[in-house]
Design a protein around this ligand. Structure first.
Ligand code: HEM
Ligand SMILES: *[C@@H]1O[C@H](CO)[C@@H](O)[C@H](O)[C@H]1NC(C)=O
Ligand SMILES: *[C@@H]1O[C@H](CO)[C@@H](O)[C@H](O)[C@H]1NC(C)=O
Ligand SMILES: *[C@@H]1O[C@H](CO)[C@@H](O)[C@H](O)[C@H]1NC(C)=O
Length: 510
């Protein structure tokens, strides 16, 4: 047995002890289903989570066994898992405000700038942050203004693909390619400069830089036991919390440097004076607003907003685009249909741009269908009051997980739920709301969904328009791009993009 196993055994023992010493709650007639013989199964689950079995697989299994509504004890954190549409609807129509909080995990206090980022609890501060995003970053007008950035950056990347395609076939590591594209776009929106220049795209230096960025802005943090077992809070100086804190320090320094660079620039009148709206970065907008609301736009809030963009805006879109490409490669007929649509709407004498997007319905359906199949669990919420769901009493402080994977594959709601059929969105497979919720639900729904859809359709559409796709060999043959097991696979899929005959003229002008 290695150290990890010893740790797991220790944790399990502590967990059992803990469960036995917690006073029994008053018996109720109406007890939520939960896995039986709690100490054993409870720690079993916990170990599984620790061993990084994808969470949605655990939930799906439990759902088959205990029905769509059940409770888990993750240490001290009582966690309600919802999977059925009726329960989700009840939860978010009448109890939306109660559940509009994220769990305030102790290990995240510093990382979330004392909970002043968008992860803040429901309340005035959080509403102000949301308003900032809605009006100043993601409003239709702002999205219109930032469309130049997205177009420029995707063209920058396909120019690279086109030019290297002459030097023999270049196998592109898909995941890095998409990350570089996304970091370039989001960073340009935030700070006005791209992250990766041409000479960094396929080089070791670029890859190192990317690894650094990916790590700094990864939304996945190590599991801090102290969050679940308060009596383990003394672990703060060791293990997971220490890693979380070190990561935070690095990220914070990076964000502060970005902010300072722009702040100092602003002091030179020649630059700040006439800056037209279109050149305004998100940092510029915040600095401008700071003149009127200096207490709100302090450094922590500004860094928190930059972090939200870089964290919430990159991984999600990269994973989705990669999943979509993977699905399209295993469904050539769907890829062809998408290409035909683009050729019809855009033609072959110019490149696709933002204004074409509303006319590319099928492409949008492909994204939707990918989101339906590949989004698994919504980020957790936590209740701020007692309430009832499905007839059960839910005490305040209960963590909530919405198991989207099960909802999105419910055979009552979807025909052939496990098949990849973008057409289903054309036919408007109806059945009311709360059925397709890849961006979450209610007041706390993802504020970036329109940006995400635009970014993904433009990028994917341009790649479809300009190139024939081919999967090159992967490091492990059995783990091809077509296998869909995105969560389990090492992401080293390589692709060959061959310029389409008909588009070479246009590509050559880039
Ligand atoms: C494919 C792309 C994306 C997916 C699938 C996605 C999905 C989600 C989901 C499920 C949530 C939680 C909502 C809830 O709790 O009900 C969320 C929150 C959030 N997303 Fe996205 N998102 C995507 C892209 C983006 C982008 C591009 C941005 C960038 C601006 C963004 C910014 C945020 C923020 C700031 C939150 C936290 C909101 C809050 O707690 O108030 N997301 N996203
Ligand atoms: C964190 O926020 C709380 C409540 O808003 C406040 O009382 C406390 O002083 C803050 N702590 C730090 C270190 O900023
Ligand atoms: C989109 O389609 C409509 C109707 O077919 C057409 O009038 C419009 O010009 C198209 N827009 C673009 C940008 O192609
Ligand atoms: C994709 O899903 C969204 C709901 O999130 C819906 O509003 C939109 O109409 C769908 N797109 C298409 C093309 O069906």
């Amino acid at each position: 047995m290695d150290a990890l196993h010893y740790l797991l055994v220790l944790v399990s023992l502590l967990l059992i002890l803990y469960q036995l010493t917690v006073p029994k709650r008053i018996e109720r007639k109406n007890v939520l289903p939960r896995p039986p013989s709690l100490p054993i199964i409870g720690h079993f689950l916990f170990i599984k989570m620790l061993l990084k079995l994808p969470l949605h697989e655990v939930l799906n299994k439990l759902c088959n066994k205990y029905g769509p509504l059940f409770l888990l004890h993750l240490g001290k954190r009582r966690t309600l898992v919802l999977s059925a549409r009726s329960d989700i609807e009840e939860c978010f129509s009448k109890n939306d405000i109660i559940f509009s909080n994220r769990p305030l995990l102790p290990s995240r206090k510093v990382v979330e700038y004392n909970f002043t980022t968008l992860g803040a609890p429901y309340g005035n501060h959080w509403r102000n942050l949301r308003r900032f995003f809605a009006v100043e970053v993601l409003s239709p007008k702002r999205l219109q203004l930032s469309s130049t950035i997205r177009t420029e950056e995707i063209r920058f990347m396909i120019k690279y693909l086109f030019q290297t395609s002459f030097q023999g076939f270049v196998k592109v590591e898909l995941n890095s390619f998409l990350y570089m594209l996304d970091f370039n776009i989001i960073m340009k929106m935030v700070a006005g400069t791209r992250c990766f220049e041409e000479n960094e795209i396929d080089t070791d230096r670029g890859k190192d830089k990317l690894d650094d960025l990916k790590q700094s802005f990864s939304p996945v943090e190590p599991l801090a036991l102290g969050d679940y077992f308060p009596f383990l809070r003394w672990l703060t100086c060791y293990g997971a919390e220490k890693k979380i804190l070190n990561k935070f320090k690095k990220r914070d320094a990076f964000l502060q440097a970005m902010l300072d660079a722009r702040q100092n620039l602003d002091k030179t009148p020649s630059v700040s004076g006439g800056g037209s709206e279109i050149d305004q970065t998100i940092i510029d907008v915040m600095l401008k607003l700071k003149e009127f609301e200096p207490e709100f736009y302090n450094d922590d809030v500004m860094k928190g907003n930059m972090m939200a963009m870089l964290m919430a805006g990159t991984h999600t879109t990269v994973i989705t685009m990669q999943a979509a490409i993977s699905r399209l490669i295993s469904h050539p007929e769907i890829l062809k249909k998408a290409r035909d649509e683009i050729d019809n709407v855009v033609g072959q004498s110019r490149l696709l741009n933002d204004e074409d997007l509303p006319n590319l319905t099928y492409l949008h359906c492909i994204i939707n269908e990918t989101l339906r199949l590949d989004v698994s669990v919504l980020p957790p919420r936590e209740s701020s009051e007692d309430c009832t769901i499905g007839g059960y009493h839910i005490p305040r402080g209960t963590q909530l997980m919405v198991n989207v994977l099960t909802l999105h594959r419910d055979p009552e709601l979807w025909t052939e739920p496990n098949s990849f059929m973008p057409e289903r969105f054309l036919q408007n497979e109806k059945g009311g709301g709360f059925k397709f919720v890849p961006f979450g639900i209610g007041r706390r729904i993802c504020p970036g969904s329109t940006l995400a859809i635009r970014l993904m359709t433009l990028s994917l559409g341009t790649l479809i328009q300009c190139f024939e796709w081919e999967e090159a060999e992967t490091e492990d043959k059995s783990q091809g791009v077509a296998k869909h097991k995105l969560n389990k696979r090492k992401k080293c899929v390589k692709m060959i993009f061959r310029p389409r005959e008909a588009l070479t003229q246009v590509l050559a002008q880039l």
